[in-house]
Ligand binder design. Structure first.
Ligand code: MN
Length: 471
């Protein structure tokens, strides 16, 4: 690999950053490099989408811009496990541990991310911001950590929001009713703007941590530190009091303006539909800082990277929530077909009759997005949709094992809901505790695990062999 992927800037500790993850991808042949000139409008997203299950992609000069774009940092949950240096089957446990044992960040006074400072801002000229899905309203910043300060306490919150470029120094932002919105309401009621920063290009641990379902006033950057096993270096912004990761690639400093709403959207979202256009909050940009040779990370809305990043932290939270009441729960998955949000598979070591239904009800209490819960036994691979369907096909009877709840809170982004009012469906696909020995005995070919094909198969072509038989 040639530049721009280089070692961390001399004079700073080798902190885990976006570059260290890209180096790891290069070393394992998982980073493709595009030709110069791929357009920022649609084409960067199209190439990324095409490769989303296989490789990360670096675009050296997208649309002729001098800053490269990278996409597809994760094509599979095993990549996320790699980035945290744990085996895939320990990924959720690692995340649970980090949430329980946060590691405070440390403040530093000089930072690679402030090597270049722009006080005059022109977003589309200074940054390579792509347009992603076909009917998006235009270019969007999709992979930025939005860091906001509690206006009263200074405690920081980290989250990701879709950010529409609305003007040279103006960004339209969607704030769902969570922590950033809470801080913004506090500021707005006092007639003030909310100080924020958008941080682009960080180590995967920081992105994952931002998606933790944590309590208000839990600083997600402390979860990132715990995931990394070392405190994150943070530096004060140049135009406000927000602290940002010193080893990020790019920071956009700004304020969410009080009493101002402007049109934002449509934008292609995780349910594979467009989130609608409406009047939303506005960020006034005050400065852009970045490394001397920065890299811009983008996430294609609704793509695999987007879905996986949302899934892992939510799974860890739901697993925690369920295991508190149900020790028989072993693992959970937010399945891809269920947009990694709406459908949950739960694997249990069944101990009591009826317990799966309690687990289903517990899961629905764990997150309002959940719409369908399937409970399966230990022998079912919950990473394989065919296995889950097989369990439903052979261990489930709808008149006996189905729970339906109508009129509950669901996801507003589910177009089949009535503005977020949604039905819930629970499926107990576990087999009974006591069964006849052969009744639920899964078939198995003896020795299939031990077959060595190099030993059992001939080298010569099948055609030659077929001639000797058929003449
Ligand atoms: Mn939070």
């Amino acid at each position: 690999m040639e530049a721009p992927i280089t070692a961390p800037t001399a004079g700073h500790n080798a902190s885990p950053d976006l570059r260290s993850w890209l180096q790891q991808l290069v070393a394992t042949d998982r980073l493709a490099v595009a030709r110069d000139g791929v357009s920022l409008i649609d084409e960067v997203a199209a190439v990324s989408k095409k490769l989303e299950l296989e490789q990360a992609v670096l675009f050296p000069k997208p649309g002729g811009h001098h800053i490269p774009v990278v996409a597809n940092l994760f094509a599979d949950r095993s990549w996320i496990a790699d980035s945290l240096q744990v085996p895939t089957d320990q990924l959720l446990a690692r995340f649970q541990h980090a949430v329980r044992h946060p590691l405070p960040w440390v403040e530093v006074t000089t930072a690679p991310v402030q090597e270049i400072v722009h006080r005059e801002v022109d977003l589309l000229r200074q940054l390579p911001i792509p347009k992603h899905n076909e009917h998006d309203s235009g270019p969007y910043i999709t992979a930025a950590l939005l860091i906001a300060r509690n206006p009263n306490t200074g405690i920081q919150n980290v989250s990701i929001h879709r950010c529409q470029v609305s003007g040279p120094d103006r960004i339209g932002v969607l704030l769902l009713p969570r922590h950033t919105k809470h801080y913004f309401r506090m500021a707005e009621e006092a007639g003030e703007a909310l100080e924020i920063a958008l941080v682009i290009g960080v180590h995967p641990a920081c992105i994952l941590a931002s998606q933790a379902i944590a309590a208000l006033d839990c600083d997600e950057m402390e979860i990132a530190g715990a995931l990394l096993g070392q405190a994150v270096d943070m530096v004060k912004c140049r135009t406000n009091r927000v602290r940002v990761p010193a080893h990020a690639e790019i920071v956009i400093e700004g304020r969410i303006l009080p009493k101002i709403r402007e049109p934002e959207g449509p934008f292609g979202e995780f349910p594979q539909y467009y989130g609608p256009r409406a009047d939303r909050e506005v960020i006034q940009v005050d400065a852009i800082t970045h490394r001397r040779h920065p890299i811009f990370h983008t996430i294609v809305g609704g793509g695999v990277e987007h879905l996986l990043l949302g899934a892992i932290p939510r799974e860890a939270t739901l697993l925690d929530h369920l295991q508190r009441s149900f020790p028989s729960v072993r693992d959970v998955r937010l399945t891809r077909g269920g947009t990694c949000r709406y459908h949950l598979a739960v694997k249990i070591e069944k101990a009591s009759a009826g317990e799966p239904k309690n687990i289903i009800m517990g899961a629905f209490g764990g997150h309002y997005d959940l719409k369908q819960v399937v409970v399966v036994d230990m022998d079912v691979d919950i990473d394989d949709p065919h296995e889950i369907e097989w369990a439903i096909a052979t261990r489930f009877q709808a008149d006996r094992d189905l729970i339906v709840v109508s009129g509950a809170q669901g996801s507003k982004l589910d177009p089949s809901s009535a503005d977020g009012v949604s039905a819930k469906m629970g499926i107990d696909a576990t087999k009974p505790l006591a069964t006849e020995p052969m009744e639920f005995k899964r078939i198995h070919v003896k020795g299939v695990e031990d077959v060595d094909l190099a030993h059992q198969l001939r080298d010569d072509p099948a055609a030659a062999f077929l001639r000797t038989v058929t003449g």
